[in-house]
Design a binder for this molecule. Structure first.
Ligand SMILES: NC(=O)c1ccc[n+]([C@@H]2O[C@H](COP(=O)([O-])OP(=O)(O)OC[C@H]3O[C@@H](n4cnc5c(N)ncnc54)[C@H](OP(=O)(O)O)[C@@H]3O)[C@@H](O)[C@H]2O)c1
Length: 321
């Protein structure tokens, strides 16, 4: 797989990364101890295929996702770039998330992440969300202290606007922004992505498959009431069916290009800029292999134009609360 860099840091990573969240959180049944070996085998397969960037977070699980990734990368530390996140207070499963970006909380959280991941330095430490009660300068200032202490190599943010990026970047160089970017979520394209390109900030495109929807393989009946997607307006009620026309349009391009819908979605994300690194997630090796295969897909200008002209989906990304 070809390499891209984590922004101005110059850290090389395979151009398609892997998001581990769904292994133990948010989508369907989490991988439990009896199937842990399968998840570890999947991560090893990703490494074999050239994936180097692995994304997790303290709050995924909570904790179990970092623990699982830690087990999988044991003995393979030099082959992976580990990205995790802080800034949400871990809650019991199902409880609403609460942001906390206080410096003391971040400095405490990093110790747990290092322990669970079984590493002595986190390659990319990301602020999962900015805490509205704590100026971003204070949260990033605490993360910069962790860089100085040798516990973290690079700092990233998630889901912030340009003004917040500027404020944070003035405190410490921001290596990456992680935000949702896909064929049905293009909010970052007008301002945020151009700013990142101009300032040497890498862009980790999360949910690049539209949380599975864009692949055309997700049926509404697959979404249990406890699945996080059940809370998202685009997946609810008749919105799900109305959004299916997007899948059909992606499918038309996929059929012409002789690839799958998911590969079209990932190739489109890669085409948005050299600084974009999609981080799709999956529990299945077959899907992983297919997703990594998208690195070899080059969409024509006509295909990209058709995809750029897709209508907006029905329903917002997140519920109002
Ligand atoms: N910063 C943030 O706030 C934030 C928010 C969301 C996600 N993320 C990060 O981004 C990563 C990826 O996002 P995501 O997991 O939300 O969404 P995604 O990668 O767009 O989609 C994942 C879903 O798609 C399915 N899938 C994957 N490959 C497929 C294929 N080839 N064919 C059919 N279905 C396929 C998976 O199913 P199976 O699992 O059943 O295989 C899973 O349900 C996460 O793991 C996490 O690291 C970050």
């Amino acid at each position: 797989m070809e390499l891209r860099t984590l922004g101005q840091s110059g850290t090389p990573v395979g151009e398609i990364g892997y998001g581990a969240m769904g292994l133990t959180w948010a989508y369907g049944e989490p991988i439990r101890a009896d199937r842990e070996a399968d998840a570890i085998a999947l991560i090893h397969r990703a490494i074999d295929l050239g994936v180097t960037l692995f994304d997790t977070a303290e709050v995924y699980g909570p904790f179990t996702n970092e623990e699982l990734l830690g087990k999988a990368i044991k003995g393979k530390r030099d082959q992976v770039v580990v990205a995790t996140k802080t800034g949400f207070v871990p809650q019991p499963a199902g409880a609403p998330l609460r942001r906390d970006g206080q410096p003391e909380v971040i400095k405490r959280a990093v110790e747990g992440s290092l322990r669970r991941l079984g590493i002595d330095v986190i390659d990319l430490y990301q602020l999962h969300r900015v805490d509205p009660n704590v100026p971003v300068e204070e949260s990033v200032g605490a993360m910069a202290e962790l860089v100085a202490a040798g516990k973290v190599r690079l700092i990233g943010l998630s889901e912030v606007d340009v003004e917040t990026l500027q404020r944070a970047n003035a405190v410490h160089p921001i290596a990456t922004l992680q935000s949702e970017l896909s064929l049905w979520t293009r909010d970052a394209l007008p301002e945020i992505l151009p700013w990142c390109k101009a300032h040497g900030v890498g862009f980790l495109a999360f949910s690049p498959l539209g949380r599975g929807f864009l692949t055309g393989r997700l049926a509404q009946r697959d979404i249990a009431p406890t699945d996080f997607r059940a809370t998202l307006p685009r997946f609810q009620g008749e919105n799900f069916d109305r959004n299916h026309r997007l899948v059909e349009q992606v499918e038309a391009v996929a059929r012409r290009a002789g690839v799958t819908n998911g590969q079209v979605a990932l190739a489109w994300a890669l085409a948005q800029g050299e600084n974009v690194i999609p981080i799709p997630g999956t529990k299945r090796i077959a899907y992983l292999e297919e997703n990594v295969g998208a690195a070899n897909v080059r969409l024509s200008a006509a295909d990209l134009a058709e995809l750029n002209a897709l209508e907006a989906p029905v329903g917002s990304r997140y519920a109002a609360t």
